[in-house]
Write a protein that binds this ligand. Structure first.
Ligand code: AMP
Length: 466
């Protein structure tokens, strides 16, 4: 039981005021552990899943340490970059900086976020006015360094957020280049959801005598998330998904696919069926991605479909449901995905649609999270395959339909077939931060408005015999 208050953590009144305004009453476990250590000046290696409050765990003590440098001067020289927060994705960058702004509301400290995919020229003037806290994706930061629009020689605190994901995405060379430009004397804080051997190597290379904190068992899934698996043929997944989306608990659902192609196709298909769905993936412009995310947060889009990379870092308060349309081949990604729900103590549901071909990945996930997920066999009636039909199949009629051979499914269904899962969940979009797209076009509107009645699609669930 954690009974420490923010006052006990000796945070400055300016910071406490912002926390009260945000409605925070008690520090989360990662905050209670990390804040005193960061204030002491220790390097930190923190194992904290997303949704545990890890952003405030490093931002709050960072603000406290930078407060003596707060200044209202307009001179850029009085506002050098003193804290650098590196994150793997643009969405996470935006969200972390939003948090910095919220917590620093009453501090005279400036912050800025820079990421790829938008015109670099729009960022340069802001950088040149001087900022104490810079949140950046590695590629875009290197662009700015090359353009000499930023100097990092006064960085006192470095944060590597979601370090495991940065390594997964091949950011190691970029990180090394950036770190070589920082003063040797600095504090390093590393946050990672999982503790792989690579992460331990990274820690040994970049951190000095780090203090280790782990708020949840590494690779554990959030305890307040109810997990469930539906065993279903790949070809029947769309019908099952449509059915799940009609449930009363599916008010705001994040759906994961393995590829951008599947995400896009699925969104289009659901839109045609009257579901307010949109996709968020690397083929969309930054503006489109931000608009889709905003619409999802506002509730005009109720189903957001994304790949692991695109959905990484999304912080949506109390997201009630996550559906894995395809489960990831890397079991750690499952932990990241379901961490999108059940955040900061709220309860959530994580549903996975698992085809016979994916069952071996499911076994690896269960091994990693050290628990068996409840399974139910979903049987989708033939009639429901054609999404233009509206009648519900009589309950029990298709009760024990055996799995049809693959060829039969292919002929029977007229709907676009999701792309075959690729081996890697790495989204190649992320390899493109060096190509700033000058012209971002407005997001396409869903083909049908949110209010349109949804079509009936039938699916039956049959409990798996034990
Ligand atoms: P994070 O793990 O940093 O992504 O934070 C997850 C969510 O928890 C965010 O929506 C934060 O606003 C929220 N949060 C962080 N710290 C606290 C706290 N001490 N009390 C209540 N909510 C919090």
């Amino acid at each position: 039981m954690n009974t420490i208050s923010f006052i006990d953590l000796k945070l400055a009144p300016e910071i406490l005021k912002a926390l009260t305004e945000s409605g925070y009453t008690t520090p989360t476990p990662v905050q209670a552990q990390a804040i005193p250590l960061v204030l002491e000046g220790c390097d930190l290696m923190a194992g904290a899943q997303t949704g545990t409050g890890k952003t405030a765990a490093f931002v709050l003590p960072m603000l406290q340490k930078l407060l003596p440098f707060a200044s209202t001067s307009t001179s850029p020289a009085r506002h050098p970059v003193r804290a650098l927060i590196l994150v793997p994705t643009r969405e996470l960058a935006i969200q972390v900086e939003e948090s910095v702004k919220t917590y620093a509301k009453h501090c005279k400290l400036r912050s800025l976020v820079v990421f790829g995919g938008v015109d670099i020229k729009t960022q340069t003037p802001h950088l040149k006015t001087g900022v104490e806290i810079l949140v950046a994706t590695p590629g875009r930061l290197l662009d700015h360094i090359e353009m000499k629009s930023v100097l990092l020689n006064q960085v006192q605190i470095l944060v590597l957020d979601e370090a495991d994901r940065m390594l997964d995405m091949g950011f190691m060379p970029d990180l090394k280049r950036i770190l070589a430009l920082l003063p040797k004397q600095r504090q390093n804080l590393m946050f990672s959801a999982t503790f792989s051997t690579e992460i331990k190597k990274l820690s040994a290379e970049f951190l000095t005598k780090p203090r280790l904190i782990e708020v949840a068992r590494s690779n554990a899934t959030a305890e307040n998330v109810t997990q469930k698996v539906y065993l279903v043929e790949q070809a029947d997944k769309h019908v099952l998904l449509a059915q799940l989306l009609r449930g009363s608990d599916a008010t705001q659902v994040l759906v994961f696919t393995k590829t951008k192609l599947t995400a896009g196709r699925l969104a289009k298909q659901l839109q045609k069926e009257g579901v307010a769905a949109d996709a968020i993936h690397g083929d969309k412009t930054q503006l489109e991605r931000m608009q889709a995310l905003d619409a999802f947060k506002q509730g005009t889009v109720t189903v957001l479909i994304g790949t692991d990379v695109a959905a990484r870092g999304l912080d949506i308060d109390q997201l009630p449901m996550v559906i894995n349309y395809e489960i990831p081949s890397a079991p750690e990604d499952y932990v990241h995905r379901i961490g999108r729900t059940g955040r900061a103590g709220a309860s959530g549901k994580a549903i996975s649609l698992v085809s016979p071909e994916e069952e071996r990945y499911l076994a690896e996930i269960e091994k990693l999270i050290k628990c068996e997920i409840e399974k139910e066999k979903a049987v989708v009636p033939h009639a429901a395959q054609n999404s233009t039909r509206t009648s519900r199949a009589p309950r029990g009629e298709h009760h024990e339909r055996t799995h049809a051979p693959r060829g039969e499914h292919a002929e029977r269904s007229h709907s676009p077939r999701p792309a075959a899962p690729k081996k890697s969940s790495h989204d190649p979009w992320f390899d493109k931060p060096y190509e700033p797209s000058a012209s971002a076009t407005p997001a396409k509107q869903p083909e049908q408005p949110a209010g349109k009645p949804k079509k009936e699609v039938a699916a039956l669930f049959v409990r798996r015999p034990s």
